[in-house]
Write a protein that binds this ligand. Structure first.
Ligand code: ZN
Length: 536
């Protein structure tokens, strides 16, 4: 890869873009020169600046390379970067070491590639192409641009969905271009600047985050005021818990008060549209009830069966219990319907989030919330954050093999913990004497010895699973949640008794084992907690 002589000193370095718009408190060549001086003193190896006046002033205070640009309004009413050869000429005369110009599709329509050639040939300086897409980058390199900068990504019609720095695009550019790539565009932290270099960038340009005190102040002011509002004002969220049987939903305050709750049957076999419609209707109903109470809703959270890519709110995988649900972009679809920010999360993870924000785990950074019902699931917090795994499939406690070659599980394996610790297992341990797990629990609470023995059997198996979790994660606590843990003190007692002998150095762990106090709408509380996180 050939690098022009005048650019070599920029390799692996920071370039600071010193620009101000008319009306800004720092507008003017003298002030830009002072910014440049501070930037160079701080370690910048180059400056990017707009217009001959600023460049002339900057050139008087520093000898570092200057990337010159000239912003001007063009016949289509929009600003174009260095839209004429004459402006490039004036920049070089003022002291610019190289010229950047708009080489997006629009820039090309205004003759960008002719200017690339003319500036190189007639002015004898390197030319840098400001682009937004891969096609524009490739065409610019073909047209002779010495370097490529994705400066305009996010600012053209076909990239307007890009709103943040994307190191993957830098990596793609570096992978496909034969010329150096300088990272530029929405890099607002040292961590992002590092990522750009890690992605293979030749150098990194940072502007606003260094030279726009008004914008930087705005970031801080917004953060401070937003947090103060969160602290001092009760805010409200809709939580929806989409289960295989029922869809529970409600309105939850930021302090965990369930203001309203309800449930409807889940159209589990109805396919994607029916499931989405069900969730949308639940949110509308919750908002209608909130409005009646004079409550504004800030965001909605959805806890759902299946594994979820929580970053995008898409269902990574759902079992046959919810046909058609796999791949559904739930957050996008529901947010478009209700106009609120929407968080989506796996239901067991949501229960853990509810414990973390409103329940037993408020003071813990590392804990596991085990959900016991028709199935067995778990949500784990590790180091204060919800642990999801590389493919969002983590925490499948129910499918850890407990008994080799044991009872077949609906996951296809045999001997999974789930089939020894779920509601059906409890009914089975009681010899079929009780029609449901809830009946067995009620009988045990009333003193029935058979039911109590069945709970102890289940507790023994569950203790085995907990022991593996404790050895793996060393949590501060385990919360037993779900229908089987509700009103079931004998289960908690059985696990508490059976677990310690199965764990090494138990005495030094100080592990708390508790039952959830969040009740039937724990999933709704968890969904709302995640909505609150998303909103904040
Ligand atoms: Zn299984």
């Amino acid at each position: 890869m050939s690098v022009p002589e005048s650019c070599r000193g920029l390799r692996g370095k920071l370039i600071v873009s010193c620009q101000a718009v008319a009306g800004d408190a720092f507008y003017g060549p003298d002030l830009m020169a002072r910014f440049a001086l501070a930037a160079v003193a701080g370690g910048a190896a180059g400056i990017r600046a707009n217009g001959p006046e600023d460049i002339r002033a900057i050139r008087q205070v520093t000898a570092v390379p200057i990337i010159g640009i000239q912003k001007s309004v063009h016949p289509d009413g929009r600003i174009l970067i260095t839209g004429s050869f004459e402006s490039a000429h004036a920049l070089v005369e003022a002291g610019a070491s190289m010229i950047a110009l708009d080489c997006t599709a629009r820039g090309q329509r205004y003759g960008a590639f002719d200017r690339v050639r003319r500036i190189r040939e007639e002015l004898g300086v390197p030319v840098l192409a400001d682009i937004a897409t891969m096609d524009e980058a490739l065409a610019s390199a073909d047209a002779g641009a010495d370097m490529v900068l994705p400066t305009l990504r996010g600012y053209t019609p076909d990239t307007e969905e890009v709103t943040a720095f994307d190191p993957r695009f830098i990596e793609e550019l570096v992978g496909r271009l034969g010329v150096p790539v300088i990272a530029e565009g929405r890099i607002v932290s040292p961590a992002q600047a590092r990522e750009a270099i890690a992605a293979g960038a030749f150098a990194v340009v940072v502007g606003t985050a260094i030279t726009r005190p008004k914008d930087i102040t705005g970031w801080f002011a917004t953060a401070v005021e937003h947090e103060f509002r969160c602290q001092t004002r009760e805010t409200y969220f809709v939580g929806v818990d989409l289960g295989g049987t029922n869809t529970k939903f409600g309105v939850v305050s930021s302090t965990g008060t369930l203001v309203f709750d309800s449930f409807v049957p889940t159209p589990a076999g109805g396919g994607r549209e029916a499931l989405l419609d069900n969730v949308k209707r639940a949110i509308r109903e919750a908002r209608r009830r909130a409005a009646e109470l004079g409550i504004a809703i800030e965001a909605a959270g959805i806890a759902t069966a299946g594994w979820v890519d929580a970053r995008t709110g898409r269902i990574a995988y759902a079992t046959g219990n919810l046909p058609g649900w796999t791949g559904t972009p739930v957050a996008e679809e529901v947010s478009a319907d209700c106009g609120l920010p929407v968080a989506v999360e796996n239901d067991a993870n949501a229960l853990a989030a509810a414990e973390k924000r409103f329940g037993a785990a408020r003071e813990w950074t590392d804990f596991v919330c085990i959900t016991l019902g028709t199935g067995v699931g778990s949500g784990c917090y590790v180091g204060g954050a919800l642990h999801r795994g590389a493919h969002f499939f983590a925490n499948a406690l129910g499918h850890m093999v407990l008994i080799p070659d044991g009872i077949p599980c609906n996951c296809g394996q045999r001997g999974c913990l789930e089939v020894y610790c779920n509601a059906a297992a409890l009914v089975r341990y009681a010899g079929g004497e009780f029609p449901s797990a809830a009946d067995a629990i009620a009988a045990a609470n009333a003193g029935d010895a058979n039911a109590a023995a069945a709970i102890r059997t289940l507790g023994g198996h569950l203790a085995q699973g907990c022991a593996a979790l404790v050895q793996l994660l060393d949590p501060q606590g385990i919360v037993l949640s779900g229908g089987l843990a509700m009103n079931n003190p004998q289960l908690l007692a059985a696990v508490s008794e059976r677990l310690p002998p199965l764990v090494s150095v138990w005495d030094r762990r100080g592990l708390s084992l508790v039952s959830s106090g969040l009740g039937y709408f724990g999933g709704v509380l968890g969904a709302a907690a995640l909505a609150c996180d998303r909103w904040r």
